[in-house]
Design a protein around this ligand. Structure first.
Ligand SMILES: NC(=O)c1ccc[n+]([C@@H]2O[C@H](COP(=O)([O-])OP(=O)(O)OC[C@H]3O[C@@H](n4cnc5c(N)ncnc54)[C@H](O)[C@@H]3O)[C@@H](O)[C@H]2O)c1
Length: 383
């Protein structure tokens, strides 16, 4: 048993605290905003009560889980932790400030993880005197349910701390992948075309939201269509991630955000949480055009772009081919790993599709990854 401290008792922090306490660790969940701690405690009680109703845990286990968590408004309560995981607001200045305060309290060998989605781990770690113990530990929402955790060493991180952090996360039954400290890590980078290309297809007038969603689900086997998923995530959240990735890649046109989504965000059509996004959740959902030829054209275009992104991540050594495939199946529930899927379809077919798009639109957005070209030339497969 170790002591795990979680900084920030919002959506993610609460989920991470639940995981650690369920694993039998002593947990400190800290937040300094008015009402945040009380709120987290109430929400966690409700979540655990539901698990008792569903007979996933007993009511004794529920009490034990809650009993292991020290809900605290005092940062000093994190002392003697073996690992601290930060999940506060996504703001570099505030995170750096919190990291230097954490370091004043904990022992020298305590690991400090950040759950940031979009900031560089190197920049956060730079706030610490012992930056070698800082690691990115990126959970997915809802943290107790999603198996994937991306583990991101910063340039400052020591191998021993990286191995230690991964061992702890694996010990919680999570599936961890090691990723380079680059924008969007694996999932938030490779998944961009799922949204971006779908929006582009809509903007060109090729199909409406319902038809694009139908194509991806019915013909591609994805659990949710891009527009349903954007409405679920929230157009504000999804747009900001795209914009952050776009800026972080020095405005590479591959990641260019869409005006359609920006307008949705500006109008307050955020998705399910506001009752309206691409769909109106208080009215009947429009019917899709189920023409299979059109559907295949849509699926094929989005899938080729996704595979290109996965191949480029491999080309640039962001992660191993296995980890790139695992990340997309375990972090965002894709029906297959994209590189594995490419082998099935034939890499030459993907290259042809990308070259057709590039020659039609004359846009750098569609440039095939050098790895795709090389593999076709050498007649190779990913596996
Ligand atoms: N929500 C997601 O889907 C998701 C997924 C993966 C990673 N993340 C990342 O996790 C982090 C937290 O996201 P969230 O969605 O849980 O946010 P949230 O807004 O739900 O919670 C943030 C919490 O941090 C607290 N907080 C803010 N500043 C603080 C400070 N200085 N000290 C202590 N507590 C402070 C707030 O009171 C709030 O309770 C962010 O870095 C985000 O990028 C979010």
């Amino acid at each position: 048993m170790i002591k795990v401290s979680v900084i920030g008792a919002g959506t993610m922090g609460m989920g991470i605290a639940q995981i650690a306490a369920t694993q039998g660790h002593q947990v400190c969940l800290y937040d300094n905003y008015d009402g945040a701690i009380e709120n987290a405690k109430n929400k966690l009680e409700k979540i655990l009560n539901r698990l008792v109703e569903k007979e996933k845990i007993t009511s004794k286990e529920k009490d034990e889980i809650i009993g292991r968590i020290n809900f605290s408004k005092e940062l000093a309560a994190i002392s003697e932790s073996n690992i601290v995981i930060e999940a506060i607001i996504e703001d570099l200045k505030i995170k750096k400030d919190v990291f230097s305060k954490i370091e004043e309290i904990i022992d020298e060998d305590c690991i400090i993880g950040s759950n940031t989605s979009s900031l560089s781990i190197a920049s956060i770690a730079s706030a610490c005197k012992h930056a070698e113990r800082v690691v990115g530990i990126h959970f997915f929402n809802p943290a107790p349910l999603m198996p994937l955790v991306e583990i991101i060493p910063a340039v400052q991180t020591s191998d021993s701390k990286l191995i230690e952090a991964r061992k702890i996360i694996d010990g919680w039954g999570k599936i961890s992948v090691i990723v380079k400290d680059t924008p969007g890590f694996i999932v938030n980078r490779v998944a961009r075309p799922f949204y971006g290309e779908a929006l582009r297809i809509y903007e060109e007038g090729i199909a409406d939201f319902a038809t694009i969603d139908w194509s991806m689900k019915e013909l591609g086997g994805f659990r949710m269509g891009p527009f349903e998923l954007m409405d679920y995530i929230g157009n504000d959240v999804n747009y900001i991630v795209t914009e952050t990735v776009f800026k972080s890649f020095y405005f590479d046109p591959r990641y260019k955000p869409s005006f359609t989504q920006k307008r949705m965000m500006e109008a307050g059509y955020l998705g399910r949480k506001t009752g309206k996004g691409y769909y109106n959740y208080n009215a009947e959902i429009p019917k899709a055009n189920t023409n299979r030829d059109l559907g295949k054209q849509i699926l094929w275009r989005i899938l080729s772009m996704l595979i290109n992104e996965a191949a480029d991540a491999l080309f640039l050594n962001i992660a191993t081919r296995e980890d790139i495939d695992l990340a997309m199946t375990k972090g965002v529930n894709y029906p297959k790993g994209l590189l594995n899927w490419a082998d099935e379809i034939g890499i030459k077919n993907i290259l042809n599709q990308l070259e057709d798009l590039q020659s039609e639109y004359c846009e750098d957005r569609y440039r095939p990854s050098p790895l795709i070209r090389r593999m076709v030339k050498e007649n190779k497969t990913f596996y």
